[in-house]
Design a protein around this ligand. Sequence first.
Ligand SMILES: NC(=O)c1ccc[n+]([C@@H]2O[C@H](COP(=O)([O-])OP(=O)(O)OC[C@H]3O[C@@H](n4cnc5c(N)ncnc54)[C@H](O)[C@@H]3O)[C@@H](O)[C@H]2O)c1
Length: 248
Amino acid sequence: MSDNSRTAIVTGGAKGIGAAIVRKLSASGTSVAIIDLDEEAARTLADQVPGAFALIADVGDHKALGEAIEAACAQLNGLDVLINNAGWDHVQRFTDTEPSLWDKLIHINLKGVFNATHLAIPQLIARGGGRIVNVASDAGRVGSSGEAVYAACKGGTIAFTKSIARETARHGITVNCVCPGPTDTPLLDEIKRDERAKATMDAIVRATPNRRLAQPEEIAEAVAFFAAAPAHVTGQVLSVSGGLTMAG
Ligand SMILES: NC(=O)c1ccc[n+]([C@@H]2O[C@H](COP(=O)([O-])OP(=O)(O)OC[C@H]3O[C@@H](n4cnc5c(N)ncnc54)[C@H](O)[C@@H]3O)[C@@H](O)[C@H]2O)c1
C-alpha cells in the first residue's frame, strides 16, 4: 500500500485536529475526502490541500453519511483509511444538563463513530483491508468534571475500537484509538468561553508535565502512525497529553 495510491476519509476534517490530520495525510501523498458539517471551512481547506475534496454530511445521520461515504469512495476509487475524528462537547455539571444535550452528544460523538465505521467496513474489505483510527479523548480514559456524557461517549468509543478490532482483524483491518489531552483548537476556544471551564483548563495545563496544550499537528502525527502501522498493531489506545495521563 504505497502512500501515493492511498485514500482516506477524515470526518470532522474541516477544522482543528481533523484539519491537521487532512494536511498530514495529504503531505504523505494520500488522497483525502473531508466529511464535515461546516461547508465553508471544509471547502476552504480542500482548496488548499493537494488531493483533498469536501463532502457535507452529519456523521450522526446514517443515511446522509452513507451517501457521502459512497460519493467519497467513488471519487477516491476505493477506501484504505477511515479517521473517525468528528466530535463536539459542551461543558456543564451533569446534574444541570437536560436529556436533549445528552442526545446531541451521543448523536455526534458515539453514533457518528458507529455510523462511519458501519458504512466504511464493506469498502475497506473490498479493498482487501485497511485502517480505522478513532479520535476519542482522555476524558474517556480517566473521566472529566463537566463532561460526564461526553466522557461516556469517548469511553464507549474506546471499547468500540477494541471490539471492532477483534471483529475485523481477519479482513486485514486494524482499528486503533488516539486520545488527545487538551488541544489548542476551535472546540477548546468554545469551551473556554465558560469561566469555570477556563479555570479548570488552566489548572489542567499547570498539572501537565509539558505545561502546555497539545497542538493539533501533534495529535495528527499519532493518527498518521496508526493509519500506516503494521497489521499486528490493533485494538490499541494511545494518549497524546504531554504526560498528563500515562499508560497503566
Ligand atoms: N480539542 C481538544 O482539547 C480535544 C481533546 C480531546 C479530544 N478531542 C476530540 O478530537 C476531535 C476533534 O476535536 P477538535 O478539538 O478538533 O474540534 P473542532 O470543533 O475544532 O473540530 C471538529 C470538527 O468536527 C465537525 N463536526 C462537528 N459535528 C459534526 C457532525 N455532526 N458531522 C460532521 N462533522 C461534525 C466540526 O464542524 C469541525 O470541523 C473530536 O472528536 C474531539 O472530541 C478534542
